[in-house]
Structure formats: C-alpha cells, structure tokens
Design a protein. Structure first.
Lengths: 216, 482
C-alpha cells in the first residue's frame, strides 16, 4: 500500500459503513418506537416515570449502580433470569422508552433490577433498609452501605414518621434516629418504579404462547 | 537508501524533535497508570471487604470502579498511545515532529480534562455509560486536545519523506482517524441529541467495541509490527498477509459491537451481525499472528536480550487470547453462561491490559533511552516490572476465567440463592485483588525507574545490560528509513 489516498478511503469507508449499517439502520428500525396504546382501556404503555422517580434515576446514575446491576431480563430458556424471578417475560425495546438514560448494564455482581419493584417482598421499607444496611435485609450480600444517603438525627419525643425501623445490631445508637435524605427518597421512588408488567404483543413468546404464571 | 551513518543522524534529529512532547505524554501516562491501578485495587478490595472506604460517598464502589477504569483507559492508555504513536509516526515517516510546543499544550488540555472528569465521576457527575462516564463538561477539552494530537499525527504522515508506507503506519493512521469519529458519534447520539430507549445501549456498545478494537488494538499492533522486525533485524515474513490481515481485522471489528448485546432488548439482527463479524475476524487474527509469530520463529532466544521484545511477546499472547475470548463470547451458547460474569470483564481487560498496555510498556522501554540518550537507571526495577506484569496477568486471567465460569453456572441455576453465589465468589475476589496488587507493584517499579531515568541529575546509568543494540540495529532497517 503505497498510496495514502487508498488508505484514507478505506479507513473512512470502514467506519462510515459500520456507523450507517449498525447505528443508523437500528435508528430507522426502532428509533421511532412509541408507547403502546392498550386497545381495551386506551392507556399508554410504558407509562412515563413520575418526577421523583426520574430524579431517582439520576441518583442511580450518579452512584454507579450499573456497575453491579443489570436491567435486562433475558428470554425464557436463555439463562435463568425468569427462573430467578427477575421478571415474568423478557425485556423488549419498548420497555425502555420510559427512561431518559437507559442503563441496561453488563455485570451481574448483584441481581438484575429491571423488575425490582415486582418482587413480593419489595416495598419502600425494604429498599430503605437495603440501602442503609444491606446486611439487615439481604444477609451475606457484599453490597456496600449507602448510609451517606441518610441523616442521623437526635431522637425527639415525636420521632420522624420516615425514620428507619432497624433492630438488633443495625439499630441506630441510643438517642438517635436514621432518617432518609431527599436523595434516598428519590432513589427508592425510582426503584419502586422498576416494574415491566405490561404484556406487549412483541414480548409474548413466539414459539410457546403458553402464559407463565409468575416466578418460582 | 541512506548510508547507515546518515540514517542514524536522521533518527537522532527526529528523536530530538519528539523528545519533550513524547516524554510529556509518557510521563502523564505513567502518573495515571499508578493512580488508576491504585483506584482499581481499591475497588477490587471493596468487593470482598465492602466496609473498605464504605462510608465515603466519593469512594463508593459504583463511583470508584468507573473512575479507575476511566483513569486507566483515558489517562494511561490514551496518553501512552499518543506518546508512542507520535514518535513512531515521526520515525516511520522520516519526518521531524514540527512545532512540538503545541503538542505540549494538547497534553495539558487532555490531562486537565481527564483530571476534572475523574473527579467528576467521584463527586457524582458520572453519566454511567460505560467508558463515557466522564461528565459532559470535559468533552470539549478532550476533543480540542485530540484535534491537535490527531492533526500532528496525520500531518506528520502526509509530510513523510519515505516512498513506502509501512504496516504500522496503516494502523496508526486508521486509529488516529477512527477515535475522534467514534467519540463524537457517541457523544452526539447519547448526550447532544440522544437517541431513545434501547438504542442507547447499542450506541454505547458500538463505542466501547470501537474504542478497544479500532483504537487500542491498532496502536498495539503498530508497536508489534514495528518492534519485532526492528529488534530482530529481520523483515516481515509474508508480503501480502499484513495487508489482508489489516483490512479483514478492521472491517470485522467495526461491525462486531452488537455481539455485546446478545439476549438484550434489541432486535436479534444486531447481535447476529456482531457474531458474524467476529467470525470474520478469526482469519484476520490468524493472518496477523502468522506474520508476527512467523517473524519471531526461531529467534525466541532474543527474548532474553531485549526487554521490549519480552513485553511485545506478552502483548501478542494477550492479543490472541483476547481475540479467542471475544470470539467465544459472541457465540450464544457461551454468552448465555458467561455474558454478565467476570469473564465479560476479562474480555476487555485482556485487550486493554494484556495486549495494549504490555505493548506500550515494551515501547516505552525502547523509546525513553533514545529520547534521553541514557539507559534505564535500574535493571532490577525493569525486571521487577516485567516479572510482576507477567505473573499478574496470568493470575488475573486464570482467576477471572475460573470465577466467571462458576459465577455463570450459579447464576443460571435458579435454585441457588444470590447470597450463596456471593459467598462462592469471595475467594475469587480476593485472588483478583492479589493479582491487581502484583500489577500495581509493577506499575510502581516502572514509574520510579522512569522518573529516575528521565531526571537529568545524578550519576551515570547503571543498567546497560537491559539496553544494548543487537548488531542488526546499526544497519538501516529493511522496511525503510526508520
């Protein structure tokens, strides 16, 4: 190859074709995907995130939760995602229209969170406790504590209704109470919004149309 | 063809013109290597000792791990690639680096951008997109810095005084051109005019794949194609294979990004195209390996004499291993088991550290004495670096492979509670920390030796044993002026 021009054109074409062939084609195919209107009750799915949950998404982003948690459920028969109760169906592209930044993740040092709020034990108290003292609700986990999202306040005659109810070795020091900060509230609101339950036509299994009844 | 004396003189002029810009880039790269390695070790420790730095928001795992990765990739990796790439481009183009002061400015901008960016991640401004975590406000700094560096590389190439364009120059030229394009497209499609929904992970995967495959791998291969014939004093064995290997590799790599999304919420053609592209990359890897290992064949004794060759050899092994792993992970039957495990981390890490970083270590051991005119001060530190790197690489690779395999098996067994899985992983996490500690020792040895050798004061060098010219190097190399 003596000719610099040939090299330049080849180098140019390589990435231009890749960009057009992968990204632009995908954008054309599903970049314009819209919410699905339910034929029965005319609701739009997925519903948009509430304001506080959307702020929680930014807390999720700034704390780097994606370093350990994926948000994608693989289809039945491809891994044990559904068997583990991480979802009742595979995640599809339309599910992600609700988030402004889509962090599907690529490491499962912790469990998948795409349907974190759909688990039977998952309520606000569970997530607050998990964030403050992970061992208190998930013994054996190596998740770090996010105690900096909580304020330690002196216990008064009228304790805060939001104060965490922790017992045993996780209980706050005598005379103090643990109250979630605004960011903790936002993050928990986001976690509580993680629930892809709507059954889109494209999410139904192609070969086996048999309905799955929940996790194990 | 120049006479040997003229050739030497010309090389000295080129090296003199490149001295300060290249030393600046390599010096900053080394600072980031030590810092990034330390942050990476800190993050690794947290996986088995969650209380380590636990109460500190800045150093929570979700921030520390990406900060370490960005410090290593953009701080160490890019700076090293800039220093090495500019030097090699000048050498192979037989053309001095003109107006090097601007490169100095570019280096300051780049390092300022990375410093602000890493601090931004630690303080909570991360975007959480892999390898694009640096907050948006540093993008302009980085692009301005890169514009200067890329312009210098390309203009040095265009002003070349040689007839022939050598293989290493293809790779360097391509990389210089691809990186800004990949980076700009990712920035625009994710932040300026963001695409919606599941397209975002696709853009991210395309960028990450491109950054590793179309920037770090080409720079690493440019080093291998240069140093092997150069130090062995023997031309490349095959004439057409390098060209075929080059085009096959870069075209395949450009299309293989989708294979990272197997099983993900994107249309299946995305992943299938990536898998097909990874199949196409196999002959490329075979051709490149045949050329490079063919040049080395029968000369393995030379590995004892040259520290650069030892690192380049290590880097070649890393390249082959990383390519094999990448190929394996793009098969659905393997991905279903290993996709989200530590093996996924190993794939990128082998390319970046096992292949690229080791090549850059070798290159630095070759370049720095020629720029400063002095040998490395301490032979013991050189040997310590090489030993720690080789050992650390082996331990880490074996650990992550075994750990990822077990992790995948347990993840895919719904009867195993997650707490048991974490418990089973703890010994592996500890082994990983030990390996990273080994690598950090190597980084420190390299850093100390570099500072000591570049420092203009003090006694004469004491490590001539690690730096002597094989007889063939005093002759004009067969591929041209350089």
């Amino acid at each position: 190859m003596k000719n610099g021009l040939t090299l330049f054109l080849g180098v140019f074409a390589t990435l231009a074709l890749s960009w057009a062939g992968v990204l632009l084609t995908a954008q054309r195919q599903f970049g314009g995907l819209a919410q699905y209107k339910d034929p029965a009750d005319e609701s739009l799915n997925p519903a948009a995130l509430s304001g506080i949950a959307d702020q929680g998404r930014m807390v999720y982003q700034d704390l780097g939760c994606v370093s350990c948690h994926t948000q994608q459920v693989r289809r039945e028969g491809f891994g044990a995602d559904i068997g583990r109760g991480w979802g009742t169906r595979q995640s599809v592209a339309r599910d992600y229209l609700r988030e402004k930044t889509v962090l599907i993740g690529q490491a499962r040092l912790g469990p998948d969170l795409r349907n974190a709020a759909a688990r039977p034990y998952a309520d606000a108290e569970y997530f607050y406790n998990l964030l403050y003292a992970p061992q208190s609700v998930a013994p054996g986990t190596n998740m770090p504590s996010y105690d900096f999202l909580f304020d330690v306040r002196p216990a008064s005659d009228q304790p805060s209704p939001h104060a965490l109810r922790l017992t045993g070795r996780f209980a706050p020091a005598p005379g103090t109470q643990i109250v979630p900060s605004r960011r903790a509230d936002e993050l928990v609101a986001y976690l509580l919004s993680l629930k892809d339950t709507y059954d889109y036509p494209e999410a139904r299994p192609f070969v086996e149309p048999k309905q799955k009844e929940g996790g194990h | 063809m120049n006479s040997p004396d003229n050739n030497r003189l010309e090389q000295q002029e080129i090296d003199a013109s490149a001295k300060w810009p290249v030393l600046t880039f390599l010096g900053s790269a080394l600072c980031w290597l030590v810092l990034g390695g330390a942050l990476q070790l800190g993050a690794a420790l947290q996986l088995h000792t969650p209380a380590f730095l636990g109460g500190c928001e800045w150093f929570t795992y979700g921030r520390l791990a990406p900060a370490a990765q960005n410090a290593l990739v953009y701080g160490w990796g890019m700076n090293a690639a800039f220093g090495f790439g500019l030097w090699l481009m000048a050498r192979l183009s037989a053309s001095a680096l003109r107006h090097g002061g601007w490169l100095f400015v570019a280096a300051q901008f780049w390092n300022l951008g990375i410093t602000l960016g890493v601090l931004g991640i630690l303080t909570g401004a991360s975007t959480s997109f892999e390898l694009l975590e640096l907050p948006r406000f540093v993008t302009v700094l980085l692009l301005v810095a890169y514009a200067l560096i890329g312009l210098w590389a390309v203009s040095t190439f265009c002003l070349r005084n040689t007839e022939h364009v050598y293989v290493s120059q293809w790779y360097l030229f391509g990389a210089a051109f691809w990186f800004p394009w990949l980076y700009t497209v990712a920035q625009v499609m994710l932040f300026q005019a963001p695409v919606r929904g599941a397209l975002q992970p696709l853009v991210n995967a395309w960028y990450v794949n491109g950054l590793y495959g179309l920037w770090f791998v080409p720079v690493a291969l440019a080093a291998a194609y240069y140093f092997l014939p150069k130090i062995l004093g023997r031309p490349l064995n095959y004439f057409y294979l390098p060209a075929a290997g080059f085009w096959c590799l870069v075209v395949a790599t450009a299309f293989s990004g989708g294979s990272r999304l197997i099983g993900g919420p994107v249309p299946s053609w995305v992943a299938t195209l990536g898998t097909v592209a990874n199949f196409v990359a196999v002959p490329a890897v075979v051709m490149i390996s045949m050329t490079l290992f063919g040049t080395l064949a029968g000369r393995y004794a030379a590995l004892k004499e040259s520290i650069t060759l030892r690192f380049v050899f290590l880097g070649l092994l890393g390249f082959v291993a990383a390519s094999l792993l990448n190929f394996a992970l793009s098969l659905r039957s393997v991905a279903v088991l290993l996709q989200f495990t530590l093996v996924g981390e190993l794939r990128d890490w082998l390319l970046f550290y096992g292949c690229f970083s080791t090549m850059m270590f070798g290159a630095a051991y070759f370049i720095v004495p020629r720029l400063t005119g002095r040998a490395w001060r301490s032979g013991a530190l050189v040997r310590a670096h090489c030993g720690a790197t080789a050992l650390g690489l082996v331990v880490l690779t074996v650990t992550l492979l075994a750990a990822g395999w077990q992790q995948g098996k347990l993840l895919n067994d719904p009867a195993v509670p997650f707490a048991d899985l974490t418990k089973a992983m703890l010994p592996w996490f500890t082994a990983r920390s030990v390996a990273l500690m080994l690598l950090a020792v190597g980084h420190l040895a390299f850093f100390v030796n570099f500072c000591w050798s570049v420092c203009p004061f003090g006694s004469a060098a004491e490590a001539p044993a690690e730096f002597h010219l094989p007889p063939a190097m005093s002759l004009p190399a067969k591929e041209g002026h350089a």
